[in-house]
Write a protein that binds this ligand. Structure first.
Ligand code: HEM
Ligand code: HEM
Length: 212
């Protein structure tokens, strides 16, 4: 079966919008704990933005499981293929873990999980001081892990774009170029149904115009 050479539109839109939101959240989180004057406003932004990320992550995971991603280039060293797949699943795990730990941390501390005036989410963990302390620490350590993984991910993306020039970056950056005279193939960028293989199998290098 033919594999798509690009992530589908939903995946690309979610990837880039969530990248902005998640990086913003990391800095909002740091700002919250670093500045007393900015803290109230940033905390009020942090909670609803974090829950929005959780909702988007659910949509993204469903889309990801329904549509196989484009295969990585076949000439990519096995260790890099493994690192790419492992880091992508780690990023997915953290996109769920960060908001859930934040929400349960506030629940365990007995704090209201206010989204905006008039809407508060129910607690998802029992009120318990020890649980609060553990979850508070976990939120910080997971944030550091997320930061480090995003930096490594960014470095890898730029390595593909500027050094290897193998089309991996283009697969997430834009849609498949339409071939002149080629018949329209509805759903061509959607890929097939996932076999459960996170990064997909490998394929010949993606020659989608990103090689110079
Ligand atoms: C992708 C989602 C999230 C990211 C990336 C994130 C990131 C961060 C970061 C970097 C900090 C500063 C940690 C520190 O220096 O110790 C922080 C603190 C905090 N986060 Fe989150 N967070 C997320 C979701 C949430 C959610 C959904 C909630 C609650 C509903 C939440 C509640 C809090 C609270 C209350 C603090 C500060 C607590 C304090 O200063 O005592 N976070 N977050
Ligand atoms: C900061 C700039 C970023 C750039 C330049 C970038 C670039 C890319 C590229 C080129 C891919 C495609 C890799 C492939 O084909 O295998 C990708 C995939 C991915 N990115 Fe990013 N990314 C960025 C930020 C982020 C952030 C902040 C997150 C989430 C925390 C993230 C999560 C992912 C995930 C989970 C995948 C795998 C896609 C999937 O299988 O659904 N990225 N990224």
């Amino acid at each position: 079966m033919n594999r798509a050479t690009h992530f589908n539109l939903t995946a690309r839109l979610l990837h880039w919008s969530m990248a902005v939101l998640i990086v913003t959240m990391l800095f909002v989180g740091i700002g919250m704990v670093a500045s007393m004057s900015w803290r109230p406003g940033l905390v009020n932004l942090h909670r609803p933005l974090g829950i929005a990320i959780l909702l988007l992550a659910i949509v993204r995971l469903i889309n990801r499981l329904r549509h196989r991603p484009p295969p990585l280039p076949a000439d990519l060293p096995a260790v890099q293929t493994l690192a790419a797949k492992a880091s992508h699943w780690l990023l997915y795990a953290l996109m769920f873990a960060m908001p859930l730990v934040g929400w349960s941390m506030l629940s365990a501390g007995g704090y209201p999980v206010t989204m905006f005036k008039g809407l508060a989410l129910p607690p998802i963990a029992p009120h318990n001081a020890t649980a609060y302390a553990v979850l508070r620490g976990a939120h910080t350590w997971l944030a550091l892990l997320l930061f480090a993984t995003v930096l490594a991910h960014l470095a890898a993306a730029l390595f593909h774009a500027w050094v290897r020039r193998d089309g991996v970056f283009a697969a997430m950056a834009r849609g498949e170029p339409r071939q002149v005279g080629a018949p329209l193939r509805p759903g061509a960028d959607a890929g097939g149904t996932s076999s459960g293989d996170p990064g997909g199998t490998t394929a010949p290098a993606r020659t989608d115009g990103n090689r110079h």
